[in-house]
Design a protein around this ligand. Structure first.
Ligand SMILES: NC(=O)c1ccc[n+]([C@@H]2O[C@H](COP(=O)([O-])OP(=O)(O)OC[C@H]3O[C@@H](n4cnc5c(N)ncnc54)[C@H](OP(=O)(O)O)[C@@H]3O)[C@@H](O)[C@H]2O)c1
Length: 317
């Protein structure tokens, strides 16, 4: 059987990281790279052993040798690339968040569903085996509380992707999606959301702390920030067991499980099995099986998260 062939759209930080993960994964290869610049596409293609390089994302998507497109542009540019990929009938793995706005994300999902093309948000946290262990371990009893933060101090620079409104900047969409996403994975969508925080001078969200309320008093306490260095760890408290997830909690190497009637258990990640490998394998498996969505990261849950983050942003002033 021939290797599953990826086309990578963009040449920035995560394109290089995930490109290397593809190149390292048995049964997969990077077939082509697309960029706004032919030189950058050629340079990354050479690094990853890809045979083709294109000076536009649209040309990349039209390459018949490519099975799936990995979208690694800034959030606000995801839809443009995904649209071209879907129109060309390619499976799409789109970086998190699906888009910069709820409208764009809804349009992307609608187009993929109408075309019958596989689409998934690259929420690699859900593919980390230690996160999957926590999500499936019945020894927690009832999960009562999830606490998680993702924040680091990044100098204010309205031209930088993290701060630029035209690139989808702001803490919530870039970093907050992980602590909010851990709460969503373990507790579902909240009945109520209360958020406080602050905006940058250009109006993008600089920091946000939220309480997500669930029926019966269950809750999540989450925080995200571009203004300060947070612990970036997480704690999951169940009625019978607790998990302490070491930083970075969205890609943990190590978790500690403790409970009243058990010896503490430490679980360590097999480095070959990080979340990038898992999400890549999921796309290949889905295409082989003719699935158009992932049950691990369903599109409806990606859309629900877009709505939740927009609600959080709307509470800041
Ligand atoms: N899963 C993860 O671990 C993870 C980590 C970091 C980021 N991300 C996500 O990945 C996406 C990209 O993040 P990144 O850190 O890789 O960003 P980055 O380093 O700034 O790279 C973004 C790339 O997108 C392309 N691009 C297209 N339109 C652009 C525009 N108008 N302005 C700037 N660049 C543009 C550029 O490539 P060309 O010029 O070659 O076209 C650029 O190199 C974001 O959605 C982010 O949330 C995910």
């Amino acid at each position: 059987m021939r290797d599953f062939a990826w086309g990578i759209a963009a040449t920035g930080g995560i394109a290089r990281t995930v490109g290397a993960a593809i190149a390292a994964e048995p049964g997969m290869r990077v077939a082509a790279v697309g960029s706004r610049s032919l030189g950058r596409a050629q340079a990354l293609a050479a690094t990853l052993g890809a045979e083709s390089a294109y000076d536009s994302y649209e040309r990349l998507c039209a390459d018949p040798a490519v099975d799936a497109i990995y979208v690694a542009t800034p959030h606000a540019q995801h839809l443009q690339v995904a649209e071209a990929a879907i129109a060309a009938g390619k499976a799409v793995l789109c970086e998190k968040p699906l888009a910069a706005t709820v409208d764009d994300a809804e349009k992307m999902v609608r187009l993929a569903r109408e075309a019958g093309v596989f689409l998934m948000e690259a929420m690699w946290m859900r593919f980390n085996p230690l996160i999957q262990k926590i999500a499936s371990d019945e020894r927690f009893g009832e999960i009562r509380s999830v606490q998680a933060s993702f924040g680091f101090a990044h100098p204010y620079d309205p031209a930088h992707r993290l701060w630029a409104p035209e690139l989808g900047g702001g803490a919530l969409l870039d970093l907050g999606i992980y602590p909010f996403g851990l709460a969503q994975l373990l507790l579902g969508m909240p009945a109520e959301l209360h958020v406080t925080g602050s905006l940058a001078p250009n109006g993008v969200d600089a920091e946000a702390a939220g309480m997500l309320r669930y029926p019966g008093g269950r809750h999540a306490l989450v925080a995200t920030s571009l203004l300060g260095n947070y612990p970036n760890s997480a704690t999951v408290v169940g009625t019978r067991m607790r998990a302490d997830i070491q930083a970075p909690f969205w890609a943990p190497q190590r978790i500690l499980l403790t409970g009243f009637s058990m010896e503490p258990e430490e679980h360590v990640l097999d480095p070959a099995d990080n979340g990038y490998a898992g999400e890549l394998r999921e796309v290949r498996a889905a295409v082989a099986e003719g699935r158009t969505e992932s049950s691990i990261m369903p599109l409806d849950e990606s859309l629900a998260m877009m709505g939740l983050l927009a609600d959080a942003r709307g509470q800041l002033s």
